[in-house]
Design a protein around this ligand. Structure first.
Ligand code: ZN
Length: 98
């Protein structure tokens, strides 16, 4: 099973690029909401801010070398899950058990 620790430098750079692109998109959405709060519903604004914060935390974990490890069982989170939910902090087994 492919995990973060088996990613090539190119794959890791791609992931960081994707996270930064998504973070920038969410930052723009939040900036627009600050400019005109009616443009975005409060619930969506909260969700957007939470996702942006989760992406920033994921980027921090990549920088710290702890990205891709489950916070509960410390096993590697499968690469496929990280591609779908890059900000994931739990593996599927721990998520299901929580
Ligand atoms: Zn786990």
């Amino acid at each position: 099973m492919k995990t973060l620790h088996t990613l090539s430098t190119t794959e890791l750079r791609w992931l960081v690029s994707e996270l930064n692109t998504e973070r920038a998109r969410l930052d723009r959405a939040l900036a627009l909401a600050d400019f005109d709060p009616k443009e975005i519903a409060v619930g969506v604004h909260t969700e957007t801010a939470a996702r942006r914060d989760a992406l920033v935390a994921a980027l921090d974990r990549i920088g710290a070398g702890t990205y891709g490890a489950c916070e509960r069982c410390y096993q590697d989170i499968p690469y496929g899950r990280l591609m779908v939910v890059p900000e994931a902090t739990l593996c599927v087994a721990c998520l299901a058990g929580s």
